[in-house]
Write a protein that binds this ligand. Structure first.
Ligand code: NAP
Length: 509
């Protein structure tokens, strides 16, 4: 026995720490796209660390009733891995999770993944030009490249309402749905009226004896042109992939038009934005006859300041006798229910928190990242303003791609962002390999140039020219700047990813 232990110790001393090609943090669609891009450039020794117990990111975590994609499915998927079998124009959430599993199998990504691993910090080691990634259990992984794909909407936000933790009934955040908890016949309260609530509320109303929805800020809701995809169309998509590519092209063009005209070029094209607001207002008027209720459900900020939603069932839910919309502010929650500032109380069985996600405090980055000379990414972003060259690289952080960065979200479908980032990674690593480089880092000049460009671009958007002050939109950071979306067309994002000047990066062999 003693011999065996000694041998093990000797082996441990002799074995140098393994250095992987890359560590990717996050096994959602972003992380999987990054892995596919890296393998195209010959990086096969990958580790994908994932906090959850399975892959799929948002679509593994979020399982609340009514969850569905709000971008047409032919568009909300990788262009290189089309799925002809989406059941509806807007697929339900479970199909997205299945699609993630399918892509992982198609590209054999599962063997790289380690689940239930939370990353605490990543530190650049200049001496070896490697990243040391430390998990909360103390274990470390070392790699030549670090890619973070930790999502934009992945840190659930609990409301800062006094007494929430004293409520004696059931509390469920929508990002941690308890499928075993039956809402049938219960008195339920939902706090929040964002995109999640718009999908969830009609489903809760079907089950609950009484439902109160607490709204702080109304949301723009336009009609949802949804429906099942007939089997014949699915078969056509499978047999003639070009037909689905055309469907994707049409969907993408419509989204692009909405984004560019309604949001990004608002200064010159505000008529498009007003047309969208009019469509949403008419939708409300068709579905709700009570003028007081209509007034309460009408936003007081410009369309596009926060992500608009699509639903045919949200507004009519509030016309049902057992559903109340409560717009008086919540004063506190106690063990029995919710008390509003006018002293009224509502006793409930279950409190549903549809209160969204914390992007700007808990995210960006999702864990401590330390680059050259001890530069802390979170501190840098907060003190020097949020920035990232082409939404992916930051000076002082060599061999690092931050996929969920300020200014990175391009267009309305997340897959546009992912695929343009894959293209950027591919272009840079091709040059890295050609020059036999071991270290790359974006230059201060290139970063400053990009930052000046996007800041200039955003000046034409609804965020600068619209009326956004009351929107409480997560597109804005804590300094009041709209630094989440890339304020260019998606075509521009793709083009730049394929032609950015290579000397925007310093390469060292
Ligand atoms: P959200 O848009 O941030 O909405 C959170 C809601 O909670 C808001 O109405 C907010 O009110 C309210 N809230 C937060 N804290 C509160 C407090 N202390 N008191 C009262 N109300 C409070 O979050 P979400 O609805 O989860 O949606 C997030 C994003 O996820 C969406 O914009 C969308 O991009 C994505 N999403 C996508 C889909 C899809 O189909 N693909 C579905 C759902 C969500 P205020 O507005 O007043 O802050």
């Amino acid at each position: 026995m003693a011999d065996v232990t000694q041998t093990t110790r000797k082996r441990k001393r002799r074995t140098p720490e393994h250095v992987h090609d890359a560590v990717i943090v996050g096994a959602g669609f972003g992380g999987m796209g990054a892995a596919i891009a890296l393998r195209e450039r010959g990086r096969e020794d990958l580790v994908i660390l994932e906090r959850e117990d399975d892959l799929g990111g948002t679509w593994h975590v979020n399982r609340y009733p009514g969850i569905a994609v709000d971008i047409p499915s032919a568009t909300y998927s990788y262009s290189f891995a089309p799925n002809p079998y989406w059941s509806r124009l807007y697929a339900p959430g479970a199909e997205l999770k299945k699609y993630a599993d399918h892509v992982a199998a198609l590209f054999q990504l599962r063997p790289y993944m380690r689940f239930g691993v939370t990353v605490e910090q990543a530190t650049w080691d200049e001496a070896t030009s490697t990243w040391v990634v430390t998990q909360t259990d103390g274990a470390t992984v070392r790699a030549r490249l670090l890619l973070t794909a930790t999502g934009f909407l992945s840190q659930p936000k609990l409301p800062d309402i006094p007494g929430v933790d004293t409520f004696a009934g059931k509390v469920i955040h929508t990002a941690a749905w308890d499928a075993d908890h039956d809402l049938t016949g219960e008195d339920v309260a939902v706090i929040g009226t964002g995109a999640t609530s718009v999908q969830l509320v009609p489903e809760v109303a079907r089950l609950a004896r009484h439902l109160t929805v607490y709204q702080r800020t109304a949301i723009w809701v336009t009609p949802k042109l949804d429906g099942p995809v007939p089997r014949a169309v699915q078969r056509l998509f499978a047999r003639v992939p070009l037909t689905q590519r055309i469907a994707r092209g049409v969907g993408s063009a419509i989204l692009e038009a909405i984004m560019v005209t309604g949001v990004l070029r608002y200064e010159r094209l505000s008529a498009f934005n007003r047309a969208a607001a009019t469509a949403a207002t008419r939708h409300l008027h068709r579905q709700v006859k009570d003028p007081d209720l209509r007034r309460q459900l009408t936003p007081d900020y410009s369309f596009g300041c926060k992500r608009p939603t699509f639903s045919n069932t949200y507004f009519p839910t509030f016309t049902q006798a057992h559903v109340d919309l409560e717009t008086t502010s919540i004063d506190h929650v106690d063990e029995r229910g919710i008390v509003t500032t006018d002293g009224r109380r509502r006793d409930i069985d279950t409190l549903v928190l549809a209160t969204g996600f914390d992007l700007w405090d808990a995210n960006f980055p999702a864990f401590t990242i330390t680059g050259t000379d001890g530069k802390d990414l979170g501190a840098f972003w907060r003190s020097e303003r949020f920035q990232a060259y082409e939404g992916i690289s930051i000076p002082g952080f060599p061999n690092f791609f931050s996929l969920n960065s300020p200014w990175s979200y391009s267009g309305l479908s997340y897959f546009t962002t992912i695929e343009s980032q894959m293209k950027h990674i591919n272009r840079l690593l091709t040059e890295v390999d050609r020059r036999g480089a071991t270290r790359f880092e974006v230059t201060e000049e290139a970063n400053a140039r990009f930052l000046a460009h996007v800041r200039h671009q955003v000046e034409s958007s609804v965020f600068a020219h619209g009326s956004c002050a009351t929107s409480r939109s997560y597109y804005f950071n804590q300094h009041g700047e709209a630094t989440l979306l890339r304020p260019t067309s998606t075509l521009n994002a793709f083009r730049e990813a394929g032609r950015f000047p290579l000397d925007d990066y310093t390469l060292v062999s």
